[in-house]
Design a protein around this ligand. Sequence first.
Ligand SMILES: CC(C)(COP(=O)(O)OP(=O)(O)OC[C@H]1O[C@@H](n2cnc3c(N)ncnc32)[C@H](O)[C@@H]1OP(=O)(O)O)[C@@H](O)C(=O)NCCC(=O)NCCS
Length: 147
Amino acid sequence: MICYEKMLKSHVPQIAQLEKQCFSDPWSEKSIASELENSLSLWLVALQGDLVVGYVGSQSVLGEADMMNIAVDQAYRRQGIGKNLVLQLVEKLKEQGVHSLSLEVRQSNAPAISLYEEMGFQQVGLRPCYYRNPKENAMIFRKEWTV
Ligand SMILES: CC(C)(COP(=O)(O)OP(=O)(O)OC[C@H]1O[C@@H](n2cnc3c(N)ncnc32)[C@H](O)[C@@H]1OP(=O)(O)O)[C@@H](O)C(=O)NCCC(=O)NCCS
């Protein structure tokens, strides 16, 4: 069974490993750990026992949240974990009085774009050449709700 919890210090090394597996420009262990000290940040993990199989990270300012990253271990994909991470994040953000969640995604990232569209996010913009390694446009998605 997969459990969804707030990120703890003990999860950070495994998250950093997944970052390296999933992204060409990964967050370092140090920058992930510093999120634990940031009162604006909310990170959740998907756990199978002690194993981190997915995570999502966000920061909120004045009722608006940004999703900074989300990833699911390759061996655990297409089982609803990514979707549940976003659902859990939205529930927790609502409890904090947050009313919107925005994110950037590479234009070629079809799996992630499908996930966001299925969850009711709408494209609200495009940032040309936002990403490096390789250079690529970012699509900006946003979802709003009433609190
Ligand atoms: C994007 C990602 C987090 C999705 O995680 P996941 O746990 O596999 O997603 P889910 O199983 O919850 O998928 C939910 C829905 O999203 C869509 N989706 C997910 N992966 C898909 C794929 N490879 N192709 C098409 N649609 C996909 C489907 O609609 C899916 O529903 P379905 O399985 O009932 O068809 C995962 O692919 C990942 O970690 N990718 C690498 C990191 C990354 O690109 N992160 C996004 C940065 S913006």
